[in-house]
Structure formats: structure tokens, C-alpha cells
Design a binder for this molecule. Structure first.
Ligand code: ADP
Ligand code: 5GP
Length: 203
């Protein structure tokens, strides 16, 4: 059993949720980490499906209690990954997938670096991103502008990621994502590597 973490980052509207849904039956057993956020649910979003929607106060209590593997303020709201379900899934040998921003990626790397494979996903152009955000039409125009501004900042950090995936054609992108998920599973963290070497030498 090989537990591993795959971090996906990229601008809101890049197509991360679309791609994860498209490959769900092709990447073996995985756990998608449902983040907590203090932002309001969008139309059609359901608590505990897209996010755990909590108040700012509840989120801050979670921070105080040390519940988060990482958290960050994105577009003026808190977003964070709870540690416990991630640990449980890793203990079961699952691939754990995070959809988190660049700040969260850096924090997770500091804590669980050798388990992590990372990919940055983006649309083929800035104008395609604008079009997708507008066609999704789930955000106010202020929120969309904030997301585009954030995207221009985040793209400067793609060098920190193992892979860059350009989401132009959904099927091609899904195939690339499957390759990245397979690569993530092949990566051995230091503990698994030590065990493997010991067992191999004794075999
Ligand atoms: P994210 O999870 O990264 O915020 P979504 O998966 O919600 O992004 O996708 C944003 C919008 O772009 C949605 O309306 C989705 O249907 C659309 N979309 C996703 N991938 C593509 C693609 N390859 N070509 C065109 N539209 C896409
Ligand atoms: P949205 O509001 O569009 O759902 O998400 C906004 C941004 O927050 C996206 O870039 C997404 O990757 C990021 N995000 C979602 N969950 C988390 C999380 O748990 N931690 C961090 N650091 N970022 C997150």
C-alpha cells in the first residue's frame, strides 16, 4: 500500500473540480480532502461536499485547536485542510488529493514534503480563464476580478510545482492528470524507502 499526497493548485476557474470528477474512476482509491472555509456557499454548493462551510469564529477556533494541516486567507476568506481525515486516509494507503492555493501548498510542503507530488493546473490563456469564470457565473463580478488578480500572482509560482497541466481539451487534460496521479503513487516517502531497502536487502 502506498499512501501519497497529490496537491493541485491553480486559479479558481482553471477546471480543477471538473478534471477530478472526470478521472474519479480511473485513479484507484483516493480521498479528496474537503477543505473548511469561511466563505459563503455558492449556489448549488452543499455543505460537506464542496467544503465544510463554517463561520469565521469557528474557523479561528479550529486554528487555535491546531486542527489544520495548513490554512490560508484566500480572496479575503479562510480556507484550510483538516489534519485528521488526511492522516486517516494516508493510514489506509490512499492517495489524498488536495485542491489548495499556493500559500497552502508551501505550508503543506514544510510539514509533509516527502509525501507530496504537486501539479499546477491552468487554462490555456488568461482570456480563457476570464471566459470560464464568467460562463460558470457562480461568482459576483467583484469576486471574479479578485480571482483573476490572484491568478496573475499565483502563476508566478509554477516553478515550485512538479508538473504543470494546461487544461485546454478536457480529455487530454484528464489523461495527463491520470499520469500525474500514477506518478504520485510511485513516489516513496523516506520511511517507505527505508523499509523497502531493508526488506530488499533481506530478500
Ligand atoms: P475550479 O475547480 O478550478 O475552480 P471548475 O472545474 O469549476 O474550476 O471549472 C470552471 C469552469 O470552466 C466550469 O464552468 C467548467 O465547466 C469549465 N471548464 C473546465 N474545464 C474546461 C475546459 N477544458 N474547456 C472549457 N471549459 C472548461
Ligand atoms: P474557491 O473560493 O474558488 O472555491 O477557492 C478559492 C481558492 O482557495 C482556490 O485557489 C482553492 O485552491 C483554494 N483553496 C481551497 N481549499 C483550500 C484549503 O484548504 N487551503 C488553502 N490554502 N487553499 C484552499
Amino acid at each position: 500500500m502506498s499512501s501519497a499526497i497529490l496537491i493541485l493548485s491553480g486559479p479558481s476557474g482553471a477546471g480543477k473540480s471538473t478534471i477530478i470528477n472526470a478521472v474519479a474512476s480511473r485513479i484507484g482509491e483516493f480521498y479528496f480532502s474537503i477543505s473548511s472555509t469561511s466563505r459563503e456557499p455558492r449556489e448549488g454548493e452543499k455543505n460537506a461536499r464542496e467544503y465544510h462551510f463554517v463561520s469565521k469564529k469557528e474557523f479561528e477556533e479550529g486554528i487555535e485547536a491546531g486542527e489544520f494541516l495548513e490554512y490560508a486567507v484566500v480572496h479575503g476568506n479562510y480556507y484550510g485542510t483538516s489534519l485528521k481525515p488526511v492522516k486517516d486516509a494516508l493510514n489506509k494507503g490512499k492517495l489524498v488529493i488536495f485542491d489548495i492555493d499556493v500559500q497552502g501548498f508551501h505550508l503543506a510542503k514544510e510539514r509533509m514534503g516527502d509525501l507530496i507530488t504537486s501539479a499546477f493546473i491552468l487554462p490555456p490563456s488568461l482570456s480563457a480563464l476570464e471566459k470560464r469564470l464568467y460562463s460558470r457565473s457562480t461568482d459576483s463580478s467583484d469576486a471574479m476580478e479578485q480571482r483573476i488578480k490572484n491568478a496573475k500572482r499565483e502563476i508566478l509560482e509554477i516553478g515550485a510545482y512538479d508538473f504543470v497541466i494546461v487544461n485546454d481539451d478536457i480529455e487530454k487534460t484528464a489523461d495527463q492528470f491520470v499520469s500525474v496521479a500514477n506518478a504520485a503513487r510511485l513516489k516513496l516517502d523516506s520511511k517507505a524507502r527505508d523499509i523497502f531497502v531493508k526488506e530488499w536487502l533481506n530478500s
